[in-house]
Design a protein around this ligand. Structure first.
Ligand code: ADP
Length: 453
């Protein structure tokens, strides 16, 4: 059955490998909640399915960015969905993707029921492990992240091999091995590109995401649609809004979801770091983009590179603005390189930059409203062990004026308070006592205190 791909609906599903489809389609495919399905886009993957009551009759399948990557598909595309023939795994070897982890003890519990195949990237949140795997992955994860709290509190693992090959399910009988050293995913055979940021990691910017997809993702992925209509896709999109509202996040997500090469340039750094060589450096970045097209060049604080010419004092600035204009005018590869500029001072920009054929599309990224804040809070607490009394709705209510970055800091600070509380009980190189693990729950009061800081 063909279904159209939509965003994962519930934050709780993200990273848990659950696909949601409408109950009518479930019936037609002879599926029950918890069954396995195969999803075939440009690649084939398998996952657990559950029904989505609110989607009756829509003909969609809701899957998160990880499953979309594993199936080689993206939002709005059609995939073929069928009931999966899943073999029981005898052995599965996993390896961490971006950080070293040390895992002792039995980790099967954390993955029991997972359906996967070689090359999949799977994520596992702490909240899940908490009940099933005390004393193993959970504490090791925390140990590793004490100095460096992972942004989402989630652990990313690549499936290195499975036995038998194909789509397998982890059961009680499966021997699960988790390697310590991170793998270089680009070298791993069959591994699908690493997911970094997906649209589900962005809170509260629904309209903006929609615009960005239309302006950037669709032209990058389906240039023929624009050609057919005789319109040229934008070369440049300017995002403006206060710092910390998710401009960089959005640029990364669209690059990732479009399978585009991503180049990030810091405006002020280009000016200061390569004294005398700023133009040259800029040219190199654009070359890299064309060579690796489809590409997205993201220029943060673009006002530092291209301020209004009358405000420009030095000769260097003048030359760099001119260079940027030349580079943008020279982009040939028909919408296969898109430049995203970000600024919180759009009025300080050289107006020549905003003319046709350059940054001629603009998207405002504003401070989130209450619903937006709640979504951001959900995203940043996704992998955290929260006490039942923590009420994100209430926190969203009391954080007027907070941008995404502030809310992220708030969640991390609340988690750090828990860490500080238990640190005295933890001795180096010793297993964390179970009573301590039990105490590692983030409480309402932790958020309250964190808010005061
Ligand atoms: P900007 O580029 O607008 O200055 P960033 O995208 O760099 O802001 O945001 C910094 C961090 O704050 C992000 O990495 C993310 O963790 C968090 N953040 C900001 N906005 C959002 C949002 N809308 N949803 C979720 N997280 C956000």
């Amino acid at each position: 059955m063909k279904l159209k791909v939509a965003e994962a609906f519930s934050q709780a599903d993200v990273g848990r490998s659950i696909a949601r489809i409408d109950p009518a389609c479930m019936g037609k495919l002879d599926l029950l909640d918890g069954d396995m399905i195969e999803i075939e886009g440009r690649k084939l993957t398998a996952t657990t399915v559950a029904s989505s009551q609110s989607d009756i009759g829509l003909g969609i399948i809701r899957i998160d960015g990880y499953i979309r990557k594993n199936a080689g598909t993206s939002l709005g595309e059609e995939v073929t969905v069928r009931k999966a023939e899943v073999k029981e795994a005898q052995k599965v070897v996993l390896a961490p993707v971006d950080q070293k982890v040390m895992i002792r003890g039995d980790v099967r519990g954390a993955f029991r029921g997972r359906v996967l195949s070689k090359g999949d990237i799977i994520v596992t949140g702490i909240r899940q492990q908490q009940s099933t795997m005390r004393g193993s992955l959970f504490d090791e994860f925390f140990r590793d992240t004490m100095s460096d709290v992972s942004p989402m509190g989630e652990l990313k693992l690549a499936v290195v091999t499975t036995k038998p090959a194909g789509t397998v399910k982890i059961t009680e009988m499966t021997d699960v091995e988790v390697q310590t050293e991170p793998v270089d995913v680009s070298k791993l055979e069959g591994v699908k590109t690493l997911v970094d940021v997906t649209y589900e990691d962005i809170g509260g910017l629904k309209e903006e995401v929609k615009k960005v997809r239309e302006m950037i993702e669709i032209p990058l992925k389906r240039p023929e649609l624009f050609e057919r209509l005789g319109i040229s896709p934008p070369k440049g999109v300017l995002m403006h809004g206060p710092p910390g509202t998710g401009k960089t996040l959005l640029a990364k997500a669209v690059a990732n979801e479009s399978d585009a090469h991503f180049i990030a340039i810091q405006g002020p750094e280009i000016m200061s770091k390569y004294v005398g060589g700023s133009e040259e450096k800029l040219r190199e970045f654009f070359e890299e983009a064309e060579e690796n097209a489809p590409s997205i060049v993201f220029i943060d604080e673009i006002d530092a590179i291209a301020p209004k010419r009358e405000e420009v004092s030095g000769e260097t600035e003048r030359r760099v603005v001119a260079q940027l204009l030349t580079l943008m005018d020279g982009l040939k590869s028909r919408g296969q390189v898109v430049v995203i500029g970000a600024t919180n001072r759009p009025d300080a920009l050289d107006p020549a930059l905003r003319r046709g054929g350059r940054f001629d599309r603009e998207i405002e990224i504003g401070v989130p409203d209450k619903d937006g804040r709640q979504e951001v809070l959900q995203i940043h607490t996704r992998g955290m062990p929260l006490d039942d009394k923590v009420d994100l709705d209430e926190i969203a209510d009391t954080t007027h004026g907070f941008v995404g970055a502030d809310l992220e800091m708030l969640c991390k600070e609340a988690a750090m308070r828990v860490l500080r509380r238990v640190l005295p009980d933890i001795k180096a190189d010793e297993e964390i006592p179970p009573e301590t693990l039990k105490k590692m729950i983030i409480k309402k009061s932790d958020f309250k205190e964190a808010l005061k800081e």
